[in-house]
Ligand binder design. Structure first.
Ligand SMILES: Nc1nc2c(ncn2[C@@H]2O[C@H](COP(=O)(O)OP(=O)(O)OP(=O)(O)O)[C@@H](O)[C@H]2O)c(=O)[nH]1
Length: 205
């Protein structure tokens, strides 16, 4: 019987570390025998897809770069046709896949994914954008299935109060999970892997 493939969105503001997160977690998932493919979205280039291909941890045919040509949220929410076609291509070519990541182009705090496109999504913010980001109650932050608060290492250098973030962020998440990460050292990444295996892949593995 053909397996159904998990579709996991990765959204968040420009530069928050969405691609860095994928670079960290994909090799770990592959090492555990999980079959992975990726779709990236960029405005007018395939920059993120090229970057992932250059890492060499996945055959390049398993990485599709979608050039959205429009606001990132249009391609993941209002009209996800381009991403749905890319999903269809990957699922047709690789029926053994367990999970396909769909990385959105960097967008603002209001960006959310259509559940016609993904089963679940992670919203990545970065500490460097300020310790008031959780308080701004962006729909991406409050509605995502998982929030990753990345770049915890830079808090002291940008005057961001990490303790305040840890205190306030849960207030806007209605008990939904938050994981704190540093993609440079690997801190928090095992928790992200655990989330993906337990909440996203549990009935496929
Ligand atoms: N210090 C530090 N830098 C990080 C961390 N994660 C990512 N970065 C850096 O932040 C910058 C942006 O990371 P990307 O992964 O390109 O961010 P992105 O969200 O994919 O960016 P867009 O696709 O342009 O929206 C890069 O220079 C990364 O090396 C982290 O945990 N700590």
């Amino acid at each position: 019987m053909k397996k159904s493939v998990a579709r996991l969105g990765i959204g968040g503001p420009v530069g928050s570390g969405k691609t860095a997160l994928l670079e960290c977690i994909i090799p770990r998932l592959i090492a555990q025998g999980i079959e992975v493919a990726v779709i990236t979205n960029d405005l007018l280039t395939t920059e993120d897809a090229d970057r992932l291909k250059s890492r060499g941890f996945l055959p390049s045919e398993r990485i599709i770069g979608v050039e959205t040509g429009s606001c990132p949220h249009t391609a993941i929410r209002e009209d996800p046709t381009m991403n749905l076609l890319a999903l269809e291509d990957l699922e047709g070519l690789f029926p053994q896949l367990d999970i396909i990541f769909i990385e959105s182009g960097g967008d603002n705090l209001a960006s959310t994914f259509s559940y016609d496109l993904v089963d679940s999504y992670i919203f990545v913010i970065d500490v460097g954008a300020g310790d008031d980001i959780p308080r701004k109650k962006g729909p991406g932050f409050s509605q995502a299935d998982l929030v990753v608060i990345n770049k915890i290492d830079i808090a002291p250098y940008v005057g961001a109060n990490l303790d305040l973030i840890r205190q306030e962020a849960p207030l806007y998440r209605q008990s939904k999970p938050i994981i704190y990460t540093n993609c440079k050292t690997g801190e928090g990444l095992e928790e992200v892997i655990k989330f993906i295996k337990q909440k996203i892949l549990f009935f496929r593995l």
